[in-house]
Ligand binder design. Structure first.
Ligand code: NAD
Length: 381
């Protein structure tokens, strides 16, 4: 069968779901590969590089969708793209099944099957297909780079002939995949790094990366989160007050805040209030990775960078993986080819949609004309 990657149509999206390297691996699974001309350009992959990897370059999106049995994409398909789906297609892409009713219904009506990459269960066996984590890792790294390019000072402390420079003080709020990547980047740049999460079990991981875990004056059994399968839950009002009081105390001495706090299925909790922003020093920077879900900082404007009256820069971009398109395309394309490997146990270029497989079942949101979302919980870890 043929697997094809069209050029992404979402405005500003620079990633691509197939790279020359992933295409070589897909061919080893027995697939022929197609790419729309120019699809890899913004991520640094030329048509010539794809051709050299044995990929057929097709001239139009229409020819790509018509010629491929399996379509690999990054962003959820646009309404025009969904219309191209037929019963003979399998689409593998981010799909936002929880909030994309129209797309789900259109896909169902087409008779196609849809594998939604954000639905890959977070079990050990599926880590190599976990695109949410591979993209969050990039976002966390890039958040620190964005902060440093907006911060007019060194991260690391220095003693020079021209004077002594103190290290920057960075606070990372939320130590999931993105937060841990931000912590690692920040400590490796030499900043004094503090981190907080509602899940106290991450303290050890934070400390092993050279950062300091921020504890609250609060009974440990009331630190929420750990009770919901590793994900955070909504904090009690008392816990939230203790958290805000601690942040208020830290704010005047923090140069950079990276916020990544999210609760699955909900708007981002507001954790960095207006008075905290006002108490920060001129030149400080906040990078809010939760901007797409409403922001952890009260003043964040989604997709914009603003500077407050007291000189604090607040960055609310939501496209960090696309800003590192070469790296994110490589990792995402690898996630996809691992998914294809799971779907193709015989390596014969024919996918087997085994709905008894936890990973395939979990990620399949539409199957042969039926909506199969939400999936039952996975049986194994
Ligand atoms: P996420 O992006 O959903 O949330 C980011 C972090 O914000 C989480 O650590 C969360 O605890 C924290 N948070 C939520 N509310 C907060 C608040 N009020 N204050 C401070 N922090 C708050 O998280 P994620 O990166 O998707 O990871 C969530 C969990 O899933 C973690 O336990 C992670 O280890 C686990 N995980 C497992 C796998 C796997 O096993 N394959 C892969 C990825 C993540």
């Amino acid at each position: 069968m043929k697997i094809g990657a069209p050029k992404e149509v979402f405005d500003g999206e620079a990633r691509v779901a197939m790279t020359p390297e992933s295409a070589i691996q897909l061919q080893k699974l027995g697939y022929e590969c197609l790419i729309e001309t120019g699809a890899g350009k913004l991520a640094g992959f030329s048509d010539a590089a794809y051709k050299e990897a044995g990929v057929e370059v097709v001239k139009t999106a229409a020819a790509l969708w018509k010629g491929a049995d399996i379509i690999a994409k990054v962003r959820p398909p646009s309404p025009a793209e969904v219309k191209r789906l037929t019963k003979d297609h399998t689409l593998i892409s981010f799909f936002n099944p929880a909030t994309n009713d129209k797309g789900m219904e259109a896909a169902r009506a087409s008779g196609a099957s849809v594998i939604a990459m954000e639905m890959v269960p977070r079990i050990s066996r599926a880590q190599k297909m976990d695109a949410l984590s591979s993209m969050a890792n990039i976002a966390g790294y890039r958040a620190v780079i964005e902060a440093s390019s907006n911060f007019g000072r060194f991260f690391t402390g220095q003693i020079t002939a021209a004077g002594k420079v103190p290290p920057a003080r960075v606070l990372v709020i939320g130590a999931g995949v993105a937060g841990l990547a931000a912590i690692g980047t920040s400590t490796s740049l030499g900043a004094v790094t503090l981190a907080f999460d509602v899940r106290p079990e991450v303290a050890e991981q934070v400390e092993s990366m050279g950062a300091e875990f921020v504890y609250l004056d609060f009974e440990e059994d009331q630190q929420d989160g750990a009770k919901t399968g590793g994900y955070a839950s909504v904090s009690s009002p008392e816990f939230r007050e203790a958290q805000l009081a601690k942040f208020r105390e830290l704010a005047p001495d923090i140069d950079i805040v990276i916020t990544t706090a999210l609760i699955p299925g909900r708007d981002a909790p507001e954790l960095w209030t207006e008075d905290m922003v006002k108490s920060m020093k001129r030149g400080s920077v906040i990078v809010d990775l939760a901007a797409e879900k409403g922001g952890n900082c009260k003043l964040t404007v989604m997709d914009e960078k603003i500077v407050t009256e007291n000189g604090v820069t607040i960055v609310g971009y939501t496209d960090y993986p696309s800003r590192m398109a070469a790296q994110s395309s490589s990792l995402y394309a690898t996630n996809i080819r691992h998914m294809m490997a799971d779907l193709t146990p015989e390596k014969d270029g024919t996918p087997i949609h085994n709905m008894d497989d936890d990973v395939i079942r979990g990620a399949t949101v539409v199957h042969a004309g039926e909506i199969t979302y939400p999936p039952p919980p996975p049986k194994v870890n």
